[in-house]
Design a protein around this ligand. Structure first.
Ligand SMILES: [Ca+2]
Ligand SMILES: [Ca+2]
Ligand SMILES: [Ca+2]
Ligand SMILES: [Ca+2]
Length: 417
């Protein structure tokens, strides 16, 4: 949680990390985003794109000119101007600690990946109905992007936490699902640079639930992309738990915002695509997330290569879940026996996101977690919300473990509350 609080000003990079699951999920499942990558090589550092690289090589820069950095921040030069809104600076409530999402996809089928950035909100703005709509950037094929949000029809007006991309109606054009607090939305691609909100008729509003991540995947192989929505905490915005008030609102003796432990979890939802523009909620029927864990990341994958999509869900402060698809319309949760439900020492993890690295012989699931070394303490004199990210980086470990007969599970980031 804490890292996310502090990196909100890093513009595009941060929501991209937070929404790792949506990006990887859509690429893997639809197959279209992968094939829709630019036919030509990606733009080289020319014109405006070259400026940041030159600046990084000036005398005094840490990286020698003969060894330029692998990545250069070209956000501004590319025309991306996005500032994430995520509650107030004090972070009094858990709602304010993680917001926004990002997706790279080709919404206009021109062969070039465009960018969609989902914004959060603040308590005051949310209560007042003030919108922080998502921003859609069209790829100009020259390393720059144009903000086409105003005419896109992506008018989501809530507190956004994520986005999933998939062609939900099989017309060859990618559609958009945005997750939010107490309300998510499905937008159908109209093929002309605009989208239409079809949430109500589709039946995927996820109303009264705090949706964080979502992913499209055809689990029953009927040719229609189904939709999984990870939900986090069952929270009443008019009766929020008070900062520092109670055992679950402390971090090593320091008052912090409450949760997720101590708060009621919100049950994830699995929506089956009926192929006619509507979805059916099959959560109860298929026994999904029966314990209502704190869902933050979701990924469809066929880890046993039987042709049926399985499902992995990263949960915060609770076991992660792996659902094996029996290829007959049902799932069996096998996270513990597969070795991907807990850390290598048997502890629940603060799962934030997921990625998968297929290899020749195994499928490696990477769960992005937050875990500190046992001896790490908040530096004296510093409020938790004021800890520089450089301090966190120095004190938080990266560990790699191998667990289970099937999976090589790596924890790439470690910060435990
Ligand atoms: Ca495009
Ligand atoms: Ca479509
Ligand atoms: Ca399906
Ligand atoms: Ca499978």
């Amino acid at each position: 949680m804490m890292v996310i609080q502090r990196v909100k000003t890093l513009k595009v990079i941060v929501p991209a990390v937070l929404l790792l699951i949506e990006l990887s999920g859509s690429w893997i499942l639809s197959g279209k985003a992968q094939t829709a990558a630019p036919k030509k090589s990606t733009p080289t550092n020319k014109g405006a794109m070259a400026k940041p690289a030159v600046a990084a090589q000036k005398p005094g820069a840490k990286t020698p000119a003969t060894n330029p950095p692998l990545f250069v921040d070209v956000t501004q030069a590319a025309g991306i101007d996005f500032h994430l809104t995520c509650g107030g600076p004090e972070k009094l409530y858990i709602l304010e600690t993680q917001c926004g999402g990002a997706a790279a996809f080709d919404y206009d089928n021109d062969g070039w990946m465009d960018i969609l950035l989902v914004d959060g909100s603040t308590l005051a703005d949310y209560r007042a109905g003030k919108c922080h709509p998502p921003q859609l950037y069209h790829n100009n094929h020259d390393g720059t992007f144009t903000d086409v949000s105003a005419k896109s029809g992506l008018n989501f007006c809530g507190w956004g936490y994520g986005v999933a991309i998939g062609d939900s109606d099989n017309d060859g054009w990618e559609d958009v699902y945005i997750t939010g607090f107490h309300g998510s939305a499905l937008y159908r691609n109209n093929h002309d640079g605009t989208f239409t909100d079809v949430t109500a008729e589709a039946g995927v509003a996820n109303a009264d639930r705090w949706g964080t991540s979502a992913a499209f995947g055809d689990y029953d192989n009927d040719g229609n992309l189904d939709l999984y929505v990870a939900n986090y905490v069952d929270l009443d915005i008019n009766n929020l738990p008070q900062f520092g008030n109670g055992v679950f609102c402390q971090y090593r003796g320091i008052p912090v915002n409450c949760g997720p432990r101590g708060l009621k979890g919100a049950r994830d939802r699995l929506y089956h695509n009926n192929g006619d523009g509507t979805f059916t909620d099959v959560t109860e029927k298929l026994g999904i997330d029966t314990e209502s864990y704190y869902g933050l990341g979701v990924l469809w994958l066929d880890y046993d290569k039987d042709g049926c999509l399985d499902l992995y869900v990263a949960n915060d402060s609770s076991p992660s879940l792996l659902y094996h698809n029996n290829c007959h319309g049902g799932f069996t949760e096998v996270g513990a026996e597969a070795g991907v439900a807990y850390s290598s020492d048997g502890r629940e993890q603060a799962g934030m996101g997921i990625d998968v690295f297929p290899t020749m012989t195994t499928t490696s699931i990477t769960t992005i977690t937050m875990e500190s070394s046992p001896t790490w303490q908040v530096p004296p004199g510093l409020e938790p919300s004021a800890i520089p990210i450089s301090v966190l980086a120095q004190n938080f470990s990266t560990t790699t473990t191998t667990a289970g007969p099937t999976f090589s599970s790596r924890m790439v980031t470690s910060i435990r509350r």
